[in-house]
Write a protein that binds this ligand. Structure first.
Ligand code: ATR
Length: 288
């Protein structure tokens, strides 16, 4: 008898370099889950149509990456509170009737990587979040739930930082966190945790803030990983900060998605270590 595997994918454009298929295949092996997880390159104007196609093919769920996270939230029949707050989804769960539930595990992944993998508490700390696009919006709720002392958002376009603050003000008040927006050019204060949620390093534009923001011994976190994270982390480390790239966030958000789909928590720390090794070997092979 032929059995078909439960089918999942990552939908994005571009998507060719996504590490998600590797991560989910490894999670499946280690938890003895039988599933098939692939990359799915979606035409820029074709997300809704492609999602319907995935449902028609019997897909059980998907991750969603750039630039479709807003559309994914809108396409769902139901949204988790995190999606409702962020307006963006990175995980869709498809039930037997083809109904779509949207969640966002990016913020949980970031928090897990900082607190568990890096061993840095967020509670009681002063946090600077640089950027106010989809990436920043996706992580702000879970960061607030850690009850830092404050979160300051700064962004090249100040109005977007203000909008994020307004949207999250009720949660900040509930969690007793001081949440404020500052102009990027006139940023005041220093911070225990500085998170780069901009596409700035990707574009090789350097670091948009001065080293004054780095409190001695602070954690500088780039939500990017690989070569894209290097300029921000090199800058932060040169000024005494501990740098960490977003590879752990990638693995941890995947683990949260996997748990939503399969009801099983994979050993994410082991898979993160393995993935770092895979990337190190690839880098070595490239420079040989
Ligand atoms: P994402 O979903 O990855 O967050 P986005 O919504 O396009 O993508 O947001 C990109 C973020 O990077 C924004 O905060 C953007 O600033 P603006 O809101 O002013 O556009 C920020 N960004 C991109 N390039 C930048 C640069 N060269 N310097 C500073 N910020 C930059």
């Amino acid at each position: 008898m032929q059995t078909t595997l439960d089918m999942y994918c990552v939908m994005g454009n571009p998507v060719a370099h996504s590490r998600s298929p590797w991560i989910h295949a490894r999670f499946a092996q280690l938890t003895q889950q039988a599933l098939d997880y692939r990359r799915r390159l979606v035409p820029l104007q074709g997300f809704a149509e492609d999602l319907q196609q995935l449902i028609a093919e019997g897909g059980k769920g998907c991750n969603v990456t750039v630039p479709f996270k807003l559309e994914a939230a809108q396409a769902a029949h139901s949204q988790s509170p995190r999606v409702a707050l962020a307006g963006a989804a990175n995980t869709l769960v498809i039930d037997g009737d083809g109904r779509i539930h949207a969640d966002n595990t990016d913020g949980l992944g970031l928090v897990a990587d900082i607190t568990r993998n890096a061993g840095v508490a967020i509670t009681g700390k002063d946090v600077l979040l640089i950027g106010a696009g989809g990436a920043a919006a996706g992580v702000l709720g879970p960061l607030l739930e850690q009850q830092p002392r404050s979160i300051t958002i700064c962004n090249r376009t100040f109005a977007k930082a203000q909008t994020l603050v307004e949207q999250h003000a009720p949660l900040a008040a509930q969690q007793k966190v001081e949440l404020l927006a500052q102009e990027l050019q006139a940023l005041e204060g220093d911070f225990d945790i500085v998170i780069n949620a901009t596409a700035a390093s990707l574009q090789g534009a350097g670091t948009p803030v001065t080293a004054r923001v780095l409190r001695p011994g602070c954690l500088a976190y780039d939500m990017m990983y690989g070569a894209a994270a290097t300029p921000f982390l090199a800058w932060a480390q040169a000024h005494g900060a501990t740098g960490r790239d977003g590879l752990g966030m990638l693995v941890e958000q995947a683990a949260e998605s996997f748990a939503l789909w399969r009801g099983v928590r994979p050993p994410s720390q082991q898979v993160l270590e393995e993935l770092r090794e895979v990337i190190a070997q690839e880098t070595k092979a490239c420079t040989r």
